[in-house]
Design a binder for this molecule. Structure first.
Ligand SMILES: [Zn+2]
Ligand SMILES: [Zn+2]
Length: 405
């Protein structure tokens, strides 16, 4: 059964519209003798106008022609939903074409909606049968290629729900449909965890959760008016008992809140990492001073002086401020390199840290180098190893000292 049929003279008849979309009365096609010639838009076999027990108008394939046609296999439930979508779309002032075929047969939308100026197009796909996520994603991509959004609609909980923008609906009291799952809101609450900033860097907890029930008609209007936007959060979201969703519908406000929360988390995590580094710097320098000296003294004093002069000169030239070296301030995981700072910075905080002189490539903590954006000064013999170990983009300055190993 289908909701549209082709009249060879008049074109498409749309059973969801009172005038069949072409100024014609249902009575001129339903139970008329002789039978008017009507064809299925998908397989072009003969169909006839019919009424379901619930008085839904549709077109049924003539018995012998129904095999092998996708439209012929569609159920009453499928048609009721298509009908509900088409009337919600029309009530919102958008154009709805039922069973609309795409160019070169690329797709056939259960209902294709278009804004009055034709720019905002959505395919509303009723999918009641089980299928795979891959199938849903592939069909969604086909619409996307033609610049058409897709909303998948089902009246039963299916695994594929949420693998693309979708709505789970149910029959509402008093007829019609209600959306059970799909739209979501971003919710935050205070953090009372004992670990605080280590586990909850934003200082509060945020997550997506289902937005409760709403009439399908209302949700369709909000999608068409872009008051609800399809959104794929960073991770899958569990919406009540309806499983895990990778795509949700959210308001622009909720999206902004989620984005602000993600930024708070990022900043919090960054702050915590910096605190750890500062803590290590305060905690360990004296204990490691002998180790630093031992490593640095494998270079002749003249070579060490050369490195230090180069590093200080470059730091000064680049920042226009005085620079200093701190032999004892350097912890083991700085690879026993000597810290260079800008201004009168005492290395109690990471502010003003500029670079490291001759860190040991084998011992240097490269994450630290990356986070603090340190310039590494080294000798030719060790430059290759240091470059290889350092994060991409690290500045490594090679200084000719005349000493070889
Ligand atoms: Zn057919
Ligand atoms: Zn917490």
């Amino acid at each position: 059964m289908s909701l549209t049929a082709i009249d060879p003279d008049l074109g498409i008849l749309d059973a969801t519209q009172s005038d069949l979309g072409c100024g014609r009365d249902w009575a001129t096609v339903h139970r008329v003798r002789p039978r008017p010639v009507l064809l299925c838009p998908a397989c072009h076999h003969r169909v006839h106008a019919k009424l379901s027990p619930g008085s839904v108008r549709f077109f049924a394939h003539d018995a012998r022609t129904s095999r092998q046609c996708a439209l012929a296999g569609e159920s009453v439930a499928h048609h009721r939903l298509k009908l509900a979508l088409a009337s919600a779309i029309r009530a919102a002032g958008h154009h709805a074409s039922v069973e609309a075929a795409g160019p070169e047969g690329r797709w056939r939308a259960d209902v294709l909606s278009a804004s009055p100026n034709g720019t905002n197009r959505w395919a509303w796909e009723v999918q009641l049968a089980a299928t795979t996520n891959a199938d849903i994603e592939e069909r969604t991509a086909r619409y996307a290629a033609d610049d058409i959004g897709v909303c998948w609609v089902s009246d039963r909980s299916r695994n594929w729900l949420g693998s693309a923008p979708s709505l789970l609906v149910k029959t509402a009291d008093g007829g019609g449909y209600a959306v059970e799952a799909g739209p979501a809101q971003f919710v935050t609450e205070e953090c009372t965890c004992s670990h605080g900033h280590r586990t909850c860097p934003a200082g509060r907890h945020g997550h997506w959760e289902g937005d409760g029930e709403a009439p399908l008609r209302e949700v369709v209007v909000r999608v068409l008016n872009a008051a609800l936007l399809p959104h794929a959060p960073a991770g899958p979201v569990s919406l009540g008992s309806t499983g895990v969703w990778r795509w949700l519908w959210a308001t622009a406000g909720a999206l902004a809140e989620a984005e602000a929360y993600a930024e708070e988390e990022r900043v919090g995590r960054e702050r915590w990492r910096t605190q750890q580094i500062e803590y290590a710097a305060r905690r360990f320098p004296e204990a490691n001073a002998p180790l630093v000296s031992e490593w640095q003294e494998t270079l002749a004093p003249a070579a060490r002086q050369r490195l230090e002069d180069t590093a200080l000169a470059q730091a000064r030239a680049e920042t226009g401020k005085p620079a200093f070296v701190h032999l004892t301030a350097t912890a083991y995981h700085f690879g026993c390199g000597v810290l260079v700072t800008i201004g009168s910075a005492v290395p109690r905080s990471t502010r003003g840290w500029y670079g490291l002189i001759r860190p040991d490539p084998a011992r240097l903590d490269m994450k630290l180098v990356e986070q603090l954006d340190l310039v590494l000064f080294t000798i030719p013999d060790e430059a290759a190893a240091l470059r290889q170990a350092a994060p991409p983009g690290t500045r490594v300055v090679t200084v000719e000292t005349g000493q070889n190993f």
